[in-house]
Design a binder for this molecule. Structure first.
Ligand code: ZN
Length: 404
């Protein structure tokens, strides 16, 4: 009988040591994540062990002296399918703000996959992972930029196709992350993930990851307005990445731009099972904004601003050696928010007892994205290639050290 690790809730690691060693000998595969330099915005590529690629948000700006050509960097990492089309397996849009979907129309194919053209050579999205906010009508409080409208339109097209013809093939797939109000998502069955739901499938196939949907949470009547705001409709997702046979080699927590009120609710909902909020890598929400940690504005209150203990607890379940990463501009000691210097201090305090680290993507020199490799030993940031070039040029590190 083939022995498999038993998988309990959200990748709680129950591999025994013998099985772990056996798996390690058998495979040397890894997962990795790529975090692009997009200023105050988000763009992350998760390369799941086995080769599946999940893109989380994009912020493709016009390249310039301080703006890396992130779309070219992304395209280099993608594969082409049998019809010569570049593709991502999954694309999670955490919420429809410009700094999370800029460049969608220009660089991604929207519409039925058979309308793709070589001349345009856009990227196919095999499976969209979308928040239920796509079902919202535009209103005074809910206005979308062009790219966000294009996303909503394409997600609705795919949902309509599902309602008419069932789950579609790659390029037609869509998963809705969270229930909408008034039963609007009740008939979505296999393409709906509810809050607290866990899944391991991408494009209909079981992948080497376990995802847990933390938010959006079901909206109650009194907080519908809050649900409507784009930041607070953000998808919050935990991703346990498998590597070398360990199903929970590294746990990532992506929180979009969710603000303090949502993090307080997240804590309230999960404080009796706080292991589901644990992470090895946290992307500091809302570009390292103070608004994710406090109700008091940084510019008004400064050092007098109070931290919300509940929000801090929701964001504070760092595992040993955890890393908090800010996807933002460089963090300066000033009144700006986001990114906010005091949020950075708070995150450093969170990881300090765990011997963890805090980093900002913009602090790395050069234009390369920030990369993290995941192996059985956990996560490790890759050294920037700039440093490697310097090492070669100066001869430092040219002689390999003996293995100790
Ligand atoms: Zn944002």
């Amino acid at each position: 009988m083939k022995s498999e690790p038993s998988r309990s809730k959200f990748g709680v690691d129950v591999l025994n040591d013998a099985l772990r060693r056996q798996r390690r000998r058998r495979s040397r595969m890894t997962a990795s994540t790529v975090h692009y330099r997009v200023g105050n915005g988000d763009m992350h590529l998760v390369e799941i062990e086995g080769g599946r690629k999940l893109l989380i948000d994009i912020n493709v700006r016009q390249p310039g002296p301080d703006v890396p050509d992130v779309i070219t960097q992304l395209r280099k990492r993608l594969k082409r399918d049998a019809e010569d089309r570049l593709f991502v397996d999954g694309f999670l849009l955490t919420h429809p703000d410009q700094d999370h979907c800029r460049g969608l129309k220009e660089h991604f194919h929207l519409g039925p996959p058979e309308t793709w053209s070589k001349a345009a050579d856009k990227i196919i999205i095999r499976e969209m992972w979308s928040s239920p906010i796509v079902f919202r009508r535009a209103s005074r409080d809910h206005q979308l930029c062009d790219d966000a409208n294009a996303w909503a339109c394409e997600a609705r097209r795919r949902v309509k196709r599902f309602r008419e013809r069932g789950v579609g093939p790659d390029g037609e797939r869509v998963i809705i992350m969270g229930e909408d109000v008034d039963g609007k998502t009740d008939d979505l069955g296999p393409i709906l993930v509810k809050a607290d739901g866990e899944f391991s499938r991408i494009c209909g196939v079981t992948g080497r990851f376990t995802a847990r949907l933390i938010a959006p949470m079901p909206a109650s009547d009194d907080d519908e307005d809050e649900f409507l705001s784009k930041n607070n409709s953000s998808v919050i997702i935990g991703l346990a990445l498998e590597a070398d046979g360990d199903p929970d080699a590294s746990r990532f927590l992506f929180g979009g731009d969710a603000e303090v009120g949502i993090w307080e609710k997240v804590w309230d909902r999960n404080k009796s099972r706080k292991h589901v909020l644990e992470y090895d890598v946290l992307i500091a929400p809302h570009h390292c904004s103070w608004r994710s940690l406090s109700w008091d504005s940084w510019s008004d209150y400064g050092e007098g601003a109070e931290v919300s203990e509940d929000a801090r607890s929701a964001l504070g379940q760092a595992r040993s050696g955890a890393e908090i990463l800010a996807s933002s501009k460089q963090i300066k000691d000033d009144a700006d928010d986001p990114p906010c210097i005091r949020a950075k201090r708070e995150y450093k305090d969170i990881v300090a007892p765990q011997n963890g680290t805090f980093a900002c993507i913009a602090d790395r020199s050069g234009t390369d994205p920030y990369e993290i490799e995941v192996t059985y030993a956990g996560h490790k940031p890759k050294r920037p290639t700039v440093a490697a070039t310097v090492a070669v040029a100066t001869g430092i590190g040219a002689t390999p050290l003996p293995h100790g």
